[in-house]
Design a protein around this ligand. Structure first.
Ligand code: SAH
Ligand code: SF4
Ligand code: F3S
Length: 478
């Protein structure tokens, strides 16, 4: 049975929470941050909140009443961008009505749409005060100051390390975010898949230095974080500078994270099949804290499409890689991303994707209709498919993915698994947590508490959660 490895700090999170009320600012301003897109944006949103808290801003969960509204945007598909403009229309109305009541509201667009569209955003929506790209967040206070006088756009992609300039979160802020935390260790992409905007919106691959990452995770662990996900657009391409001056791989970094007191669970995402090094595969066998769940996007099952996508691997390479990973860690569960309807994809090629899904048996997966993105090579192709064909394929693929997801979850019934309890459950008396395979579990009864890791017998699999009972001695008696 996979265990929650390591020892947590005893009740550290609770002690820290008591200090929340003591943080006072002379004139408290509020900021509402809404993040779209991937985990990198979630992390960036938190770091911007930390930075703005030093400027006297406290976070508010809704835009109404906020002095500053920050949309942290995603450019990955056309629909993600439409969402931003719809949201901005609503915020313009909010800004106008607040202004009529004598209140000032400032609107900032950050993230990948900011990087890709720059000044175009303010042309389409003049209520936007500031546009700031993902590599310029550390300049936010100065940019906000400048935006009082004129509309500002900062979409520099400097080699400069923004992370080195962003303040560390305060213990109270960490505790408020819960037991799990994302930590960006790598950013950017040099792979240039033919469909993807990320290399243009996030810039070149960059790895944070080992010492900086470890210091951040030590700080998180001291404030109660037990489950750490190392994130990056190509996280397994990590090659950060180590304390010895040499480059460390992700496996070596994860090993050092495993040595931090209080860290019970380590995950990493998103990985590229080409960067799955031998030492990382071995870490799945040797590092007890490394969870047996791996998001390893393959995108498609046809070699011709994979080549056209510029993925740099074949379907057979992927199969062989999965076999090696499973040999190292037999209970590992895999998930993937898929794109259907890439230009020129034939029915037979789509069938190869379905065949791969059935063969690997992913525990879960994300699947998307191909969206032509401006500036990417695939968008220029003349053999774009009709939307009806693409959506019919997407439905078929999603049905297969769902079938395997349910099969994976139902196979847990009757098993005993370690669950890290993260929050109150849906109903009184329930607690909610996650298995090592990232499945949500609701637990009935018992005397266990948030922050504890308990053995749980899974009794039932619902469509999105598992349900079970703690088997810990004290809980059985309770
Ligand atoms: N770096 C990660 C993926 C980042 S983007 C990787 O290489 O796997 C997240 C997912 O969005 C991708 O895996 C892909 O499935 C999807 N995606 C990216 N560009 C897309 C596009 N133009 N249309 C549809 N889906 C896309
Ligand atoms: Fe996009 Fe490909 Fe880079 Fe992933 S590896 S971020 S899909 S270009
Ligand atoms: Fe979207 Fe940018 Fe992430 S485009 S998926 S927010 S890297």
């Amino acid at each position: 049975m996979p265990l929650c490895a390591g020892q947590p700090f005893p009740r550290r999170a609770i002690r820290v929470k008591e200090t929340v009320g003591s943080v006072q600012f002379a004139a408290m301003k509020t900021v509402h941050i809404k993040s779209f897109g991937c985990q990198m944006n979630v992390y960036d949103g938190q770091r911007m909140a930390d930075l703005l808290s030093e400027q006297g801003y406290s976070e508010t969960p809704t835009p109404e009443g906020a002095d500053l509204i920050l949309l942290n945007t995603c450019h990955i598909r056309a629909r993600a961008v439409q969402k931003v403009y719809t949201e901005l229309g609503k915020l313009r109305d909010l800004k106008t009505s607040r202004k009529a009541a004598g209140q000032d509201t400032r609107i900032v667009v950050a993230g990948c749409v900011a990087q890709a569209e720059g000044a175009e955003i303010q042309r389409r929506q003049p209520a936007v005060d500031l546009v700031v790209g993902p590599q310029a967040y550390h300049r936010l206070p100065a940019l906000l100051e400048e935006a009082r006088r004129r509309r500002v756009v900062d979409t520099d992609l400097p080699v400069d390390d923004k992370f080195g300039h962003l303040p560390a979160p305060k213990p109270a802020a960490i505790a408020a975010r819960g037991l799990s935390a994302f930590v960006t260790v790598q950013e950017g992409c040099d792979k240039f898949c033919a469909f993807c905007v990320v290399p243009y919106t996030r810039g070149a691959e960059f790895s944070r230095p080992v010492v900086q990452v470890l210091a951040e995770i030590e700080r998180l662990a001291r404030a109660g974080v037990q489950d750490v996900t190392l994130i990056g657009q190509n996280v397994n391409a990590y090659h950060g500078e180590g304390p010895d001056g040499g480059a460390w791989s992700l496996a070596r970094l994860a090993g050092a994270v495993g040595g931090i007191e209080g860290v019970r669970r380590i995950r990493y995402t998103t990985s590229h099949p080409r960067d799955m090094g031998e030492d990382l595969i071995a870490a799945h066998r040797d590092l007890p804290q490394l969870m047996p769940f791996l998001h390893l996007p393959v995108q498609a099952g046809s070699d011709r499409i994979l080549t056209a996508m510029n993925r740099g691997h074949s379907a057979e390479d992927y199969r062989r890689l999965v076999a090696r990973i499973r040999a190292a860690r037999p209970d590992i569960a895999l998930s993937s991303d898929f794109i259907v309807g890439f230009p020129g994809e034939s029915e037979a090629e789509f069938e190869e994707t379905i065949a791969l899904v059935d063969e690997i048996g992913f525990a879960s997966s994300y699947s998307f209709a191909y969206s032509p993105r401006p500036g990417t090579p695939a968008a220029e192709r003349k053999d774009q498919l009709a939307p009806e064909i693409v959506s019919a394929r997407l439905h078929r693929l999603q049905a297969r993915i769902e079938h395997h997801r349910q099969a994976f979850n139902h196979a847990m019934v009757g098993r005993v698994v370690e669950v890290l309890l993260e929050r109150a459950g849906r109903h009184p008396g329930q607690l909610a947590g996650r298995t090592p395979w990232l499945q949500a579990v609701q637990i009935e009864g018992g005397a266990h508490r948030i922050g504890e890791c308990v053995p749980v017998r899974i009794e039932r699999a619902g469509s999105n959660s598992l349900f079970g009972r703690s088997l810990r001695a004290g809980d059985l008696a309770a």
